[in-house]
Design a protein around this ligand. Sequence first.
Ligand code: GDP
Length: 432
Amino acid sequence: MPAFAVIGAQWGDEGKGKIVDYLAQHCQYVVRFSGGNNAGHTVINEMGEFAFHLVPSGIFWPQVTCIVGNGVVIDPDVLLDEIRKLQERGVDTSRLLISDRTHVIMPYHVRLDALEERARGGSAIGTTGKGVGPAYVDKVGRVGIRAGDLLEAGHSTTFLPRLAHVVKQKNAIITSVYQGEPFSLEKLQARCVEWGQRLAPYIRPTEPVVHQAIARKENLLLEGAQGTMLDVDHGTYPFVTSSSPSVGGACIGLGIPPHVITGVIGVFKAYSTRVGGGPLPTELHDATGEAIRQRAWEYGTTTGRPRRCGWFDAVAARYSAAVNGFTSLVLTRLDVLDGFPSVKVCVAYRLDGKTLNQLPTNTSVLDRCQPVYEELPGWDQPTASVNHRAGLPERALRYAARIEELIGVPIDLISTGPRREETVVVRPMIKA
Ligand code: GDP
């Protein structure tokens, strides 16, 4: 069976872009299943450095067809800009397909994202402000516009009445609740017509393409965005994203049955980071946290915001593994911990005098949890750029082995730098 899901196992930004680019060499399809252009996947290879928000990170491999699945929400301007930049740098984008069921982030979603976040005041979620949340709200509210709809955006009897209904609703909210400027229906329709024309070569029903690939037993990489701890159901609600970055989202976001997913690859970084609000039990407010941030340049790809940094949280990691059923782990950014005299792993939480081994559901409870740390010796020899297991310092391997043991799933790949070749294959996960 041919499908391998690459899942963000923490709070996002684990380095999935690099891992997808690396693993795609063995695949014929890379299909993105959730999130929108709030994601920022960085790929560095022989063609240079690329930051992807919507295009799947497998686009560089000539044998790979890239699909943006129905579970994704797209801002057409962002997508068209990404396609143009790739083309300018000589990347063939004719292998890109967009599901006609993919929902469109409309300009009123972007505006409402900012207005709603501002209104939340002190309890702001820290959204990326790209309109992703409001677009998913409209999807579930059954007033969304899908990529397939853009192809008939000029129709006055089918498309226009639907758009008119939703624009009327949005304008009522924007003007009465937020005292903002209303959107012009005519201008919005004209933009949809233009988007439809420009994206037409890419938009089509993609489920049959995926199903046929599965029937032919080709290798598919299912590319996740964000991370499990940000899952709208399983994350630290309400400080979550509006979609399902966990493995269940792959079935819904592509239209595939669960049994075809035989590999569930959990991508963890060697420590923890989080951007935006919400609990991060191992967050470090000291010089060590700052050292990690500076050394790893932990600033968001999409927003440039500093990421909050802390030690590896094995309680959250075990929970993430249970939700996703990881069959393999990838440990990224091990090099960031090079040279620390010691490294810590959170093995449990303390709350009101009790030890907790499981992640509490309630965010306010998780906020009060104190990490219980196990301290391991650091390593003097660098792991940076090492590309074979024997080249890794013994103590770094011991750290990785302890994480493996705490989660109960093998680490099959270790990433020691942002470049493709800075990768240690412990055990091949995908057969070509
Ligand atoms: P994603 O959203 O999960 O794809 O993660 P991001 O791309 O936002 O963040 C990962 C960052 O880490 C990018 O700048 C990558 O180039 C970089 N990166 C990925 N793997 C490694 C690694 O093993 N070591 C280092 N130092 N950087 C890495």
